[in-house]
Design a protein around this ligand. Structure first.
Ligand SMILES: [Zn+2]
Length: 117
């Protein structure tokens, strides 16, 4: 996904919208801090790459937010995969190689062991 850079005016606008407070809700003052900008709804979850979807965060709080986002994105991926395949886990495309156990006999559904054809 192509991310647009915020202009200084857009950054100032976002900070002003948050009344100089960290966007995470901690109430931390952004004044004089190394502010980082974050997509409130991550792009990977369909968020828009617009100033309206951006928030200014203190760097430490941005890291926490990003960690949570990654978790949400992974969860969304799992849910999408489950929806598409009915499988909750990704399976190997090839079965694990057998260690050469005896295939002369096979067990039928009723538990009876018969000689394989
Ligand atoms: Zn914060």
């Amino acid at each position: 996904v192509k991310r647009r850079r915020l202009t200084p005016t857009q950054k100032a606008g976002i900070i002003a919208r948050q009344v100089n407070c960290c966007g995470c809700g901690c109430g931390g003052d952004l004044e004089g801090q190394a502010v980082e900008f974050d997509h409130m709804l991550p792009l990977a979850l369909g968020g828009a790459d617009t100033p309206e979807n951006m928030q200014a965060l203190l760097p430490d709080h941005h890291r926490i937010k990003t960690r949570d986002d990654v978790r949400r994105i992974r969860k969304a991926d799992r849910q999408r995969r489950y929806h598409e395949t009915g499988k909750s886990h990704q399976h190997r495309t090839r079965p694990i190689q057998s260690r050469g156990f005896d295939t002369t006999f096979k067990r039928k559904m009723n538990g009876e062991v018969v000689r394989a054809d």
